[in-house]
Each structure stands twice: as structure tokens, then as C-alpha cells.
Design a protein around this ligand. Structure first.
Ligand code: PGA
Length: 257
């Protein structure tokens, strides 16, 4: 059985002291568990300080973004090479990066390649916006984003990849609607079909699919029960230590079933 993943995306919130304080409060609420991978994606400035505080095997770290070139004159960027050894995961192609920073499928693909080259697992975010959903384009968008991101990936590399279905219309900070578990299941089925077509049966069995978009402690169970869901990517609710800890505990209980 695939291990459940619960990822906290703190986005552009919290300074270093606040990040350390949130870690301490989550840490206090949770016991170490073998059933769930708990991944924290703090702002980049807090990665190093958090890495010195987190308990081995209790939390893993993710960067919220990285640049695909290894080094050079790219003012303001942090490369996957620089993150090597510091993080286990990097979020790639989040809709906020696609919308506000113009990231396209080609750049997402380059980032996926750079992540894999540096031994970091990419969490690839895909999902349609409201217009696309209302005009029946969900599958086309998922198809284009998946084939774009996975263009140069081999079937062996798929086991290191996490795909997050994050419908833009359901991300709380954006359009604020809530996805139903049936919506998530439908999207997962389509994503799995695509993985099967691109990489075959074994890849479809090993890839991990997670859901993100307004997940909180009252809705997480429905999503985790949507067929094929291996975890959740949590934004807003991950800033609340009680809510986030409850989400992890729910995933843990379901992981043991
Ligand atoms: P949200 O964010 O939980 O605040 O909707 C999820 C995400 O953007 O990853």
C-alpha cells in the first residue's frame, strides 16, 4: 500500500521565527507515525532553520518552488542543486506560479527534470480553472499539463513523482469553491488513464496522486476516501496547528485501515 502524504504549503506566510513556532506547535500535537509522510513546505528562508529543528523521520521538507538551471546569473532564484540534501520534495507548477509568475508547461517540464536529476521528488500540480471547467475542458487541461510536465520522464522515474490535482476554482485564496470527492475521483481516474497510456501499468500503480484545494480537518476524510487518493496538499488550514494536526491524524487513521 502507498504511504499517505500530508503536505503543508505555508505559501508566502510567516517569517523564520513564526515558522519555527508553528513547527513546534505541530510537533507537540503529533506523534511520529510510519503510516503518513508529513511534509512541510515553509517559505524558502525558513527551510534551513527548520531542517535543524525537525525530528528525524517525523517531518520531511519541501520547497515551494525552485529554478531549473543548476547555477549562474539568475538573480533571486534558488536551484534544485542548491536544495539537494535539504529537501525531499519540491512543489512544481502550482497554479499560483502559473498565474502570477507566468510558468508554462515547458518550464514545469524543465523543473521536473532538474528535480529528478538532483534526487528531489517533484510534486506536480495540475488543475483547471473555472472557465475551463464550465466549458468542459477539464480533461484537455489535465492532459496538456500532464504531457507537458512528464515529457522527458522515464517509466522508472514515475515512482518518485507525486501528482497533485488542484482545481484552481477550489483553491481557497483564489475562487473559493469547494470540490466534491466525486470531482476529485473523476480527475484521478483521468490522470491515472493518462499515466497508464504514457508509462504503462506499473507506473499507474506506483505514482502517487494527492488532492489540494481548501482541504481542512472537516473535509479531509472525504477526499482521502475518494478512490485512489494518496494524500492531500493543504494551504490555508496548514497555518493552523490544530487543524493541520487533525488532518494528519485523520490520514493516519485511514492509513491503518
Ligand atoms: P488551500 O491551498 O488549501 O488554501 O486551498 C491549497 C494549495 O494551493 O496548495
Amino acid at each position: 500500500m502507498k504511504k499517505k502524504l500530508v503536505i503543508a504549503n505555508w505559501k508566502m506566510n510567516l517569517n523564520v521565527a513564526q515558522s519555527l513556532s508553528l513547527l513546534a506547535r505541530i510537533d507537540k500535537n503529533l506523534d511520529r507515525t510510519d503510516d503518513v509522510e508529513v511534509v512541510l513546505a515553509p517559505p524558502a528562508i525558513a527551510l534551513q532553520p527548520l531542517s535543524q529543528e525537525i525530528k528525524q523521520n517525523k517531518f520531511l521538507l519541501a520547497a515551494q518552488n525552485a529554478y531549473f538551471k543548476d547555477e549562474g546569473a539568475y538573480t533571486g532564484e534558488i536551484s534544485f542543486t542548491q536544495l539537494r540534501g535539504l529537501v525531499d520534495y519540491v512543489i512544481v507548477g502550482h497554479s499560483e506560479r502559473r498565474i502570477y509568475f507566468g510558468e508554462d508547461d515547458k518550464m514545469v517540464r524543465d523543473k521536473v527534470q532538474s528535480a529528478l536529476r538532483n534526487g528531489i521528488s517533484p510534486i506536480i500540480c495540475v488543475g483547471e480553472n473555472t472557465d475551463q471547467r464550465n466549458t468542459g475542458q477539464t480533461q484537455r487541461v489535465l492532459h496538456d499539463q500532464l504531457t507537458g510536465a512528464l515529457g522527458n520522464v522515464t517509466s522508472q522515474e514515475i515512482e518518485h513523482i507525486v501528482i497533485a490535482y488542484e482545481p484552481v476554482w477550489a483553491i481557497s485564496t483564489f475562487e473559493g469553491q469547494v470540490a466534491k470527492p466525486e470531482d476529485v475521483k473523476k480527475a484521478f481516474n483521468y490522470i491515472l488513464e493518462q499515466i497508464f497510456e504514457l508509462f504503462g501499468n506499473q507506473a499507474a500503480k506506483t505514482v502517487r496522486l494527492i488532492y489540494g484545494g481548501s482541504v481542512d480537518d472537516s473535509t479531509v476524510s472525504g477526499y482521502l476516501n475518494a478512490g485512489g487518493c494518496n494524500g492531500v496538499l493543504v494551504g490555508g488550514a496548514s497555518l493552523n496547528p490544530e487543524k493541520f494536526s487533525n488532518i494528519v491524524k485523520t490520514a493516519e487513521q485511514q492509513g491503518q485501515q
